[in-house]
Design a protein around this ligand. Sequence first.
Ligand code: URA
Ligand code: CA
Length: 420
Amino acid sequence: MVTPYAILNRMRQGRTLTRDEVWSVVAGAADGSWTDVHLAAFLMAAAMRGLSGDETRELTLAMLESGDQWDLAKDFGAVVDKHSTGGVGDTVSLIALPLLASCGVPAAKLTGRSLGHSGGTADKLESIPGVRLELDRSKTIELLERFGMAIGISTAGIAPADRRLYGLRDRTSTVDSIPLVVGSILSKKLALGASGIVFDVKTGNGGFFPDPEDTRTLASSLASISAACGTPADCVLSDMSQPLGRWVGHAAEVGEALDFLGGDGDPRLFEVVAAICSRAARLVGREMRSRDLEAVIASGAARQKLIDWADAQGAEPGWTDALDLAPVEAVVTASESGYLAAVDCRRIGNAFADACRPDRDPTKIDHAVALRYDVRLGQQVERGQELARLYVRRDPETLRREVAAALVIGERIEPPPAVV
Ligand code: URA
Ligand code: CA
């Protein structure tokens, strides 16, 4: 058994860690034999010197093996998983899974809570009265067999070593290290055991990494390390320099997903959804074109799929009419005529998080707080035109001020492409 000191010493000398050394770090994180001091030093060394591809693969596999593994594809057969690196007004999962399932491509995912400025699919889905996201392996397979889709919430049994390391990263300023992010995300994704994973990697100031170069590195690293761990993966790079859809909210985004699946979808959102579905399908040897999506939308099958899935996971009857917006409305208007030239998407995400989650407490989410985003980057606006509408419980002033400051009117710009 190599000691923590010996491993840290090798890292300090710039030497690459062996497989056994990486595994002993992770075993130490899981069984408590590595103290916070040792792990913090490991994390800082990893963040500063980086990890090689082999080190990242072993870190991922070791964290994966520290917890439960569902091996879905082994029992169920071909099934795809989808993951977003986090965005604002990002309803892609809520839309893509019913579309995939309606086109005969089974899809499953374990979702997470909101994190920082970005929204979590688990929180959004819990705005559906009655929905239960706690799944286990057999329930997931049963849902896949009945509906071709399942959405759960990540459980404590999955990648416990990552849970400990993630908490320490938060305290040691080592969250935004690409190899650590890749290991953290993948160890949890691989635990589901899908046949293939499609990643929606967000770029722009509302994404996880504001620098586009970092975004590209993250995307290629997620795909290559996943493949090196035995699961084929693909990435879509999509724009998060403004909210993706027409809404930011919990109940409001579920409502947007229903509208989209009912045929009333935002074109930028459609582009991202179509790219995700096409690549996800390709991972399991299928083809899915825009016209396939349009067909299951036009027939009503995709919208019904989302409803049937929610019903099977406990939604109360009539829930589609119970997605209420908070009662106090306020508007943000253009202070001058011009073009929407810049959006501080991260600021909008943070302001929204503060408005619906006081103290960022995940147990106190107000699912009815929402923001309707009416304009798009590059669009011409007239002085006094409504840019956004807010739905809050009480005083809207703080949110209104933040959103107003985040929407910059200026010279004409080219609208950014939805898929980069
Ligand atoms: N999400 C994760 O699960 N882990 C990270 O490190 C970053 C985002
Ligand atoms: Ca609820």
